[in-house]
Design a protein around this ligand. Structure first.
Ligand SMILES: Cc1cc2nc3c(=O)[nH]c(=O)nc-3n(C[C@H](O)[C@H](O)[C@H](O)COP(=O)(O)O)c2cc1C
Length: 380
């Protein structure tokens, strides 16, 4: 245990004092592409893969759970948007993630928005994102993934191509359906991204009526894999409730809470991740959890937004998340954050009287005398 603590501290020190200082002086997208290439080189041979495992990976039985028939070795996943073209699943497994969500992938290849489209905001531990769903498109990505097998589960995040044409409802639906068909036999679950804050025409599929039309068409495909919906943190409660009701009707298996926020930010386009999103994503997670407790088949909830520490994950689990995802925490604290979170979370679960992570899901309410308002006390 002591060795892991020292290892994690060394990782953190090297990242924050050397790597981060260099990276944060350079353009965000250039750094991202540089690390994509490093990742691809690292995952191409066994020696570097084992080295990465040794310096970053941490697993513990207390974190394991079976959800929708799939084994998750830990609850921490890579959120959609980091590995848009599904090139890094294997190295993310070595770093220690429990699962990876690739994409968002669109029917057609897409270069994304023009101009500056990523900005770090270090004083807020956030990133401004206006990428606009840049990805190689479903033909290329599905062809490349077809024969591949991975040791951890991975999900396919599906969005509609970022262009004027797909703002027409029928065209938008066709676009989603094309990608869903392409990936029908690839990956462990689908996420339908209806909440991209930086695509042409906004988020038309977050309108319950339009959303309902989309689910009607998806139902015809008779997809066997679980389908999740990624929600915007900026929706009002009434709209969320309508989306939840429609989702229940169509057998949606889970919700991701949440995508980037657009509301009350100092930018006229794009959205914010990280700490600026933390509270908003917690609120929607808690709302969705409470609203869906009466469902016969309770949905899986994935908590995303501003995770930087084991305490952040513990809080989201207590609020009702079965799994969590992150990106910004890894950019600000380095890839060592995954091992650090899993190590810290295992300890927190034990100290707070849980013998498995599943027992902690929704504990903010059950430890609260049935009171519907959440109460989270974390013993260290
Ligand atoms: C650079 C970047 C690109 C993203 N691209 C996508 C995307 O393509 N699809 C999607 O559903 N979410 C995307 N997101 C949102 C993240 O998946 C996540 O919901 C959000 O960043 C909150 O998590 P975080 O605070 O840990 O970063 C992106 C986020 C970032 C930072």
């Amino acid at each position: 245990m002591k060795t892991i603590t020292i290892r994690n501290k060394v990782n953190k020190t090297i990242y924050s004092n050397i790597i981060k200082r260099i990276c944060f002086k350079h353009d965000e997208e250039k750094v991202h592409n540089f690390f994509l290439n490093i990742g691809k080189i690292m995952e191409s041979n066994l020696l570097s893969k084992n080295f990465i495992k040794m310096i970053f990976n941490y697993q513990d039985k207390i974190l394991e759970q079976d959800l929708f028939g799939i084994k998750f070795r830990n609850p921490v996943g890579l959120s959609a948007g980091f590995d848009k073209n599904a090139e890094l699943i294997s190295i993310m497994e070595d770093i220690g993630f429990g699962f990876v969500e690739v994409g968002s992938i669109t029917a057609k290849p897409c270069k994304g928005n023009k101009g500056k489209r990523l900005l770090r905001i270090p004083e807020k531990n956030s990133i401004w994102v206006n990428l606009g769903l840049n990805n190689n498109g479903s033909d290329e990505i599905s062809l490349r993934l077809k024969e591949k097998e991975f040791k951890i589960p991975f999900g396919i995040s599906v969005a509609k191509t970022n262009c004027e044409e797909t703002t027409i409802t029928n065209e938008g639906i066709k676009d989603y359906i094309y990608t869903l068909k392409k990936f029908n036999n690839i990956g462990d679950y689908f996420t339908i991204n209806i909440s991209c804050p930086n695509a042409y025409g906004g988020q038309p599929f977050s309108d319950p009526k339009v959303y309902s039309l989309l689910l009607k068409e998806i139902k015809i495909l008779e997809i066997k894999k679980p389908i999740f919906i990624k929600l915007s943190p900026d929706l009002d409660k009434d709209t969320i409730n309508k989306i939840l009701n429609i989702s229940q009707e169509y057998g949606i298996k889970g919700f991701i809470c949440s995508n980037l926020t657009k509301k009350d930010i100092n930018f006229d386009k794009g959205g914010l991740s990280g700490k600026e999103l933390s509270n908003k994503s917690d609120l929607i997670l808690s709302h969705v959890y409470k609203q869906t407790r009466k469902w016969k088949n309770k949905p899986i909830l994935i908590g995303v937004g501003g995770i930087f520490s084991p305490e952040d994950v513990y809080r989201k689990i207590a609020l009702g998340a079965n799994l969590v995802q992150l990106i910004t925490g890894m950019i600000f604290n380095g890839p060592g954050i995954i091992g650090e979170i899993n190590f810290g979370l295992s300890k927190l679960l034990r100290t707070n009287g849980f013998s498995n992570i599943e027992q902690a899901v929704g504990s903010a309410y059950s430890n609260n005398g049935g009171n519907k308002n959440e109460k989270i006390e974390i013993k260290h």
